[in-house]
Structure formats: structure tokens, C-alpha cells
Design a protein around this ligand. Structure first.
Ligand code: HEC
Ligand code: HEC
Ligand code: HEC
Length: 123
């Protein structure tokens, strides 16, 4: 029910954005455009389940090389401005999450920036 309410809110917000600015979504700055792992509609609805399922799989079975990887999301969705999915309303994960008022605690442990391997950072 909560999920439904959040999705309805976002759908309303998205159509408001279309009407106001001719832009099809709230400020979502995708640094590396290309193909997401699924359509935007499916991603909006299921990314939380994909990530959680994948987290459980990794933690329990040691599976690593799936198409659903948190760092994979970050590589594409980190912003050009600060290289991160967090930081402010223009950052992909944080932007929509503060919009939808859904808390995102993943980054207390996971790093939010692209290029973490090159930088030798935590994962
Ligand atoms: C190869 C680059 C790439 C990867 C990897 C990727 N995405 Fe995407 N994602 C995109 C692009 C580009 C779009 C916009 C697609 C469009 O508008 O047609 C998008 C769209 C989305 C949307 C919908 C945004 C909206 O409201 O329009 C969500 C949510 C999303 N991605 C989450 C994720 C998550 C979570 C992951 C990791 C499991 C991920 N993406 C992995 C490139 C990527
Ligand atoms: C287009 C808006 C949008 C974008 C972009 C977005 N999210 Fe979400 N996310 C949501 C909404 C709405 C929910 C809540 C759905 C629910 O309550 O089940 C959610 C829920 C989640 C959850 C589950 C939270 C919980 O405690 O149950 C995780 C994990 C998550 N998102 C991760 C991410 C990550 C990581 C990114 C960036 C790669 C991202 N999201 C980008 C809208 C978005
Ligand atoms: C208390 C610390 C902690 C928190 C909070 C946390 N994780 Fe993790 N996560 C880990 C650890 C540790 C691993 C295993 C890393 C490894 O195997 O190298 C992991 C692995 C993962 C993986 C598989 C590896 C990858 O990079 O794709 C995913 C996906 C993932 N977590 C998603 C999430 C999401 C989504 C959230 C927020 C809902 C979250 N995690 C919150 C500690 C945490």
C-alpha cells in the first residue's frame, strides 16, 4: 500500500514535470546514457526488489557476476557534476528518494561514486 502511494506520487510528479517543462521526469541526471537493465517503467517499479534480491543472493550464495549490481547502477547513474548518485536533488538515487520520501540507508556501507575500482575505494 505504501509502495502504491509512493508510485502514484511519482507518477503524478512525472506528469507534472512533463506539463511544466516538457521534460519527461524530475531532475534525473544520467551521466552515462545507454540502456538500463530494463525499461524505465519496470525499473521505477522493481529496482528495490532487484537490488534486495541480488543482495540476498550475494550474501547467501556468494554470487557476483549478475547484471544486477549496485556498483553497476552507480557507474551509469552517478552525476556528471560530482560523480555520485548522492549529494543533492540532482543526484539520481537521492533526488528521487527525497522526492518520494523513501529513506535510502544503503550508502552507510556502500560507496555512492562511479569509478570506485580505479579509486581503490570501499565497495
Ligand atoms: C548501462 C547503464 C545503466 C545501468 C547499468 C543501469 N541503468 Fe538505470 N537507467 C539508465 C538509463 C540511460 C536510464 C533512462 C532510460 C530512459 O529514459 O529510456 C535509466 C533509467 C532508470 C530508472 C528510471 C528513472 C526514471 O524515472 O526515468 C531507474 C529507477 C533506474 N534506471 C535504476 C537503475 C538501477 C537500480 C540500476 C542497477 C540495478 C540501474 N538503473 C542500472 C542506465 C543504466
Ligand atoms: C524514479 C524514482 C526513483 C529513483 C531514480 C530511485 N528510486 Fe529507489 N525507490 C523509489 C521508490 C518510490 C521506492 C519505494 C518503493 C516502496 O516503498 O516499496 C524506492 C525504494 C528503494 C529501495 C528499497 C528501500 C527500502 O528500505 O525498502 C532501495 C534499496 C532503492 N530504492 C534503491 C535505489 C537506488 C540504489 C537508486 C539509484 C541507483 C534508486 N533507488 C533510485 C524511487 C526511486
Ligand atoms: C551494514 C552494511 C550494509 C548496508 C547498510 C547495506 N549493505 Fe549491501 N552489502 C554489504 C556487504 C558487506 C556486502 C558484500 C560485499 C562484498 O561481498 O564485497 C554487500 C553487498 C551488496 C550487493 C551485492 C554486491 C554489489 O555491489 O552489487 C548489493 C546489490 C547490495 N549490497 C545492495 C544493498 C542495498 C540496495 C542496500 C540498501 C537497502 C544495502 N546493500 C545496504 C553491506 C551493507
Amino acid at each position: 500500500m505504501l509502495r502504491l502511494a509512493a508510485l502514484v506520487l511519482i507518477t503524478l510528479a512525472l506528469s507534472a514535470a512533463v506539463n511544466a517543462a516538457g521534460v519527461p521526469r524530475p531532475v534525473i541526471d544520467i551521466a552515462k546514457p545507454g540502456q538500463c537493465i530494463d525499461t524505465p517503467e519496470v525499473m521505477r517499479r522493481t529496482h528495490m526488489d532487484l537490488l534486495k534480491h541480488q543482495r540476498d543472493k550475494t550474501m547467501r550464495e556468494g554470487e557476483r557476476h549478475s547484471k544486477v549490481s549496485l556498483n553497476g547502477c552507480i557507474e551509469c547513474h552517478a552525476s556528471k557534476q560530482n560523480g555520485s548518485v548522492l549529494g543533492g536533488p540532482d543526484n539520481f538515487c537521492q533526488g528521487c528518494h527525497s522526492y518520494a520520501a523513501v529513506k535510502l540507508d544503503c550508502f552507510e556501507c556502500h560507496q555512492p561514486k562511479a569509478g570506485y575500482k580505479a579509486a581503490g575505494g570501499k565497495r
